[in-house]
Design a binder for this molecule. Structure first.
Ligand code: AG3
Length: 283
């Protein structure tokens, strides 16, 4: 192949390759290796430790699905917390909701936010909104300290390796429950149903023990492993399948619609099987 290509090794036997126009920035932050590159097919792309986090070309699939499903499930979300998500994409979607009074971003790595502001303005543009507060601290610690504070919590983390591991644990979910208001709900990105079935099953079981309502939904993200992505939702009161659409805000979106919201909870048989399997039956 001609030119310079970046490859992410998505599994030991699968890579995605993207042709580069140029590298715009590269640094080692106190937490990770960070690069912003210009690609031929997806525009600018953010890499953390050589893993694709987001691209200007396909970010809306992910950011709209992780934000609008929980925010429309809550009838009147006023306070929202994003853990991770330093590129600002989830915040940009949250502030589209007129009921939002305050959106807090808790990102451990200030360099992610600084680089997103500089190189990814289409994604980070919401970070300067007056309703947004940015805190550079550990999300795990933050939810440990909060109680009865948020209507919606969204975990926009990296893959469950290194520092993000704790964001996929039952202890963290219990702290999230406590940090939520009595009718609050939370969503986390929970990886690929094709390649992370065991993880998804374990998370769904943990959530079902902690929250009265636990559900899995799916979306497409072209640059993520397998292209099909999962989100796990835990809710104290509101069911994402019972949204009163007449009362939902009219949103300008490119992927999310009420019909896609409903349809995202329709699980293909292979995903249903993942949830029902016993651990020793893993493929
Ligand atoms: N959060 C990262 C999702 C995981 C992607 N995994 C992968 N490419 N192997 C994305 C941050 C976007 N705001």
């Amino acid at each position: 192949m001609q030119g310079i290509w970046f490859s992410e090794l998505q599994t030991p036997g699968l890579a995605i390759s993207v042709k580069l126009k140029k590298t715009l920035h590269h640094e080692k932050t106190p937490y990770q290796d960070l690069a912003v590159v210009e690609t031929e097919s997806y525009g600018r792309m953010l890499l953390l430790d050589n893993i694709i986090q987001t691209t200007v070309g396909d970010e809306f699939f992910y950011h709209e699905m992780i934000a609008h499903v929980p925010l429309n499930t809550h009838p009147n979300p006023r306070t929202a917390l994003v853990i991770g998500g330093g590129d600002g994409g989830v915040i940009r979607e949250i502030i589209k909701h007129p009921s939002i009074e305050k959106a807090t971003l808790v990102e451990i790595d200030a360099r992610v936010v600084a680089n997103a502001r500089e190189y990814l303005p289409e994604i980070s543009c919401g970070l300067d909104d007056a309703r947004v507060e940015i805190r550079f601290e550990d999300g795990i610690e933050h939810v440990r300290q909060m109680e009865n504070a948020y209507d919606v919590i969204i975990v926009d983390s990296t893959d469950p390796i290194g520092p993000a591991v704790g964001l996929f644990s039952a202890e963290f979910y219990r702290n999230v429950y406590r940090a939520l208001k009595p009718d609050g709900l939370f969503v986390a990105q929970t990886e690929s149903p094709l390649f992370n079935g065991r993880l998804i099953r374990r998370i769904q079981r943990d959530l079902a023990e902690i929250f009265p309502i636990a559900r899995l939904y799916l979306g497409t993200v072209p640059t993520y492993p397998g292209g099909l992505w999962s989100f796990s939702l835990g809710s104290k009161e509101y069911d994402p399948l019972e949204v009163d659409w007449k009362k939902a805000p009219q949103l300008v979106t490119r992927y999310y619609t009420p019909a896609i919201h409903q349809g995202a909870f329709a699980l293909p048989p292979f995903v249903q099987e993942i949830l029902e399997k016993r651990d020793e039956e893993e493929f």
